[in-house]
Design a protein around this ligand. Sequence first.
Ligand code: Z5A
Ligand code: MG
Length: 211
Amino acid sequence: MVNRGAFIVIEGLDRSGKTTQVATLHTRLEAERIPVKLLKFPDRTTAIGSMIDSYLRSQSELDDRAIHLLFSANRWELATTIEQLLAQGTTVVCDRYAFSGVAFSTAKGLPLDWCRSPEVSLPGPDITLFLDIAPEKARERGGYGEERYEKEELQRKVRSIFSEIAAEFDQKAWVTIDAGRAREAVAEDIWNSVSPLVTGLTYPMQRLWGR
Ligand code: Z5A
Ligand code: MG
């Protein structure tokens, strides 16, 4: 029987370097000959993803609950794929996941419990690496862009909700990394956290919030 792959999620605020670090981790895993698949949420390539893309670029308006459920559905449409990849021994590295879904919608004013409900039972990460950066430092990295949520006040709220979410996980499952440092230092911390997992796991895939 093959050991299953690890499910690694990289979360963080805008401009914290998630996409940069996911790419670096991918390169390193490939160099170590570990089968790996990268995923990114929102996945803007699907039909649901294109509605999300249009909303984020302010080309369409949606009720806050409707867009929340679309973000969640965008994960559910890939849930079976994630499960199959892990079962066949492929490590899955994911750029944002359900925690972004909960943090952003709660920051907009929806109740946290309501936001979490549609995410319950999604494939659960074996580890979540949270790239933490002060919003003012993130702004120095080229400033916030054109998209709907790229505003400093909202990002501050999102940061505080992420820390509420983190408090529910044990320290091995949720690792906060200071992302205000050089790319190489951040990448090294990420590697030190994930390398024990990527040689294959023998316990079953988790489900989000244990259900
Ligand atoms: N959202 C939601 O509401 N609900 C959900 O369920 C999900 C998402 C999944 C779009 O996400 C929006 O969707 C997002 C949350 C919401 N709104 N906001 N904000 P996205 O993932 O498509 O886009 P993004 O998060 O805005 O990511 P980003 O701008 O792509 O940031 P990043 O990936 O964390 O950073 P990066 O691209 O790797 O780096 C940014 C810049 O900094 C770039 O020029 C790098 O070269 C530079 N960089 C990276 N690392 C460093 C270091 N260490 N030092 C200096 N400079 C660096
Ligand atoms: Mg990104």
